[in-house]
Each structure stands twice: as C-alpha cells, then as structure tokens.
Design a binder for this molecule. Sequence first.
Ligand SMILES: NC(=O)c1ccc[n+]([C@@H]2O[C@H](COP(=O)([O-])OP(=O)(O)OC[C@H]3O[C@@H](n4cnc5c(N)ncnc54)[C@H](OP(=O)(O)O)[C@@H]3O)[C@@H](O)[C@H]2O)c1
Length: 240
Amino acid sequence: MAESLNGKIAIVTGGSRGIGVAIARALVAEGVQVAVTGRSAAHLSAARPRIEAAGPGSVETLQADVRDYTEVERAIGATVARFGGLDILVNNAGVGIFAEVAEMTPEQWAEIIDTNLTGVFNACHAAIPHLRRRQGGSIINISSLAGKNAFTGAAAYCASKAGLNAFSEALMQEVRYDNIRVSYIMPGSVATGFSSGDEAKGADWKIAPEEVAEVVLNLLHHNRRSLPSRVELRPSKPRK
Ligand SMILES: NC(=O)c1ccc[n+]([C@@H]2O[C@H](COP(=O)([O-])OP(=O)(O)OC[C@H]3O[C@@H](n4cnc5c(N)ncnc54)[C@H](OP(=O)(O)O)[C@@H]3O)[C@@H](O)[C@H]2O)c1
C-alpha cells in the first residue's frame, strides 16, 4: 500500500523557480506542508502564490543560500518550528555555469561546487537529526545525467553532479537502518530557465519540470520494502 503523504513536512531547496517550484506544487497538492528556500526574496515572493494554489498543504518561503551552513541550519530550524518536524528533504538547488576549464574562473568553479555539492552536504547535515527524531524520512537529491555523461565546457558541473551521485550512494548506506531513504534523480534536459534563462527554449522536446516532480512523488510513494536509489530520467525523443 502506498503511504499517504498528507500532513508530512518537507523542505525543498531552490524551490523558487524551475524544477523546485514543480516539486513543491506536487507535494502541496498531496497535503504536504512545504518550506521552500532560495537566494532571491523576489523569486520566493513570486513563487509562493503559485505553490499555494496547488494546495491543500501549507507553504513557507525562506531566504537561505545553500552554500552557507548557518543559513541552511536556520532555514531547517525555522521549518521544524513552523510545522513541528521534518520528514522529507529535497536537495534541488543548483547552478549551471558552462565554460572550458582554461576559461573558467576560480570563483565560478567555487560557485558550482559550493552550491551543487557542499550545499547538499549542508542541508543533509542539518536535516538528519530532525529526520532521526521522526524515526525516519526521505532525502531526494536532484542530480543530472551530466553526473555520468561528461561533456566539454561542463567540467565543473559534471564533477559537481558526479560527486553528488557518490555522496548520495554513501549517505544512502549510512542512514538506511534509521529508516531514512536516500535517492537521487538524474534528469536530462529539463525546460526551465537553467543556464539559458529561457524556460520556453526546447520545451517541445525537453522534460517538463512536472515530470521530475512526478518521479519525486513516485519515490515517496514507493513500497518501503525496497528502494529505487537512482533514477535516470530522459526526454523520450531528444533533439537529434
Ligand atoms: N534544467 C535542466 O536541464 C536540469 C537538468 C538536470 C538537472 N538539473 C538540476 O535540477 C536542479 C534545479 O534546476 P532548474 O533547472 O530548476 O534551475 P533554475 O530554474 O535555475 O532554478 C534554480 C533554483 O535554485 C535556487 N538556487 C540557486 N543557487 C542557490 C543557492 N546557492 N542557495 C539556494 N537556492 C539556490 C534558485 O533560487 P534563486 O531564484 O534565488 O536563484 C532557484 O530556485 C539543479 O540542481 C540542476 O542542476 C537541471
């Protein structure tokens, strides 16, 4: 029997745009109380009514940069204080800066690794004690097919996502006997403003953000006797 998500409590990092909004909407539609984080207060304010409209679950928006451990810890503490606990952590916040290694600045390298990899450590480290307190929960990391299929001009991004895959697999083994289920999703191209800034670009063939959200719900509803720990999600018919 699939477990109901109604009344569960979730935090979605980077929930103010793109895939994160779709995941937050899908959770709220199932009656989950959802806190979303982001860097920009304006993006969070714009996202809030869109997420609330998917109700019945409640929504909280929290400004917190995943690169900063103190901010992440504060956001997770605020979520627990507002809703009474934490059951689900979705590590979705990520950045894509694409340049060849010789041209990429050390600051750009740091921004990618600090957001896509260290940011996930920060949120997991702050969240795990709260998940343990509830006798279990779920952590879902949004990785990328770039984590296994490296390509030119993307060394930092591919390395951050390959690192995230290894991190997720090690963490999965560390916490599974605490009933904390760790999975990661590796989407191909998704129609969001990611890197191009144009959500409509390639929308006819790319994965829709709602389809990534559907995988998140499937993982959360999956029978607890087994664990789909890694999901590859591709456009059915990618551009040739
Ligand atoms: N789009 C794709 O083709 C694709 C494919 C595979 C995997 N992914 C992965 O999916 C995830 C979401 O991507 P997306 O396409 O939805 O991107 P997006 O539309 O650019 O949205 C990124 C979200 O992450 C937030 N964010 C960025 N840096 C942050 C930080 N330091 N702290 C907190 N929040 C931060 C942004 O908040 P602000 O609004 O405040 O900046 C925004 O809400 C990323 O991890 C990405 O690597 C994307």
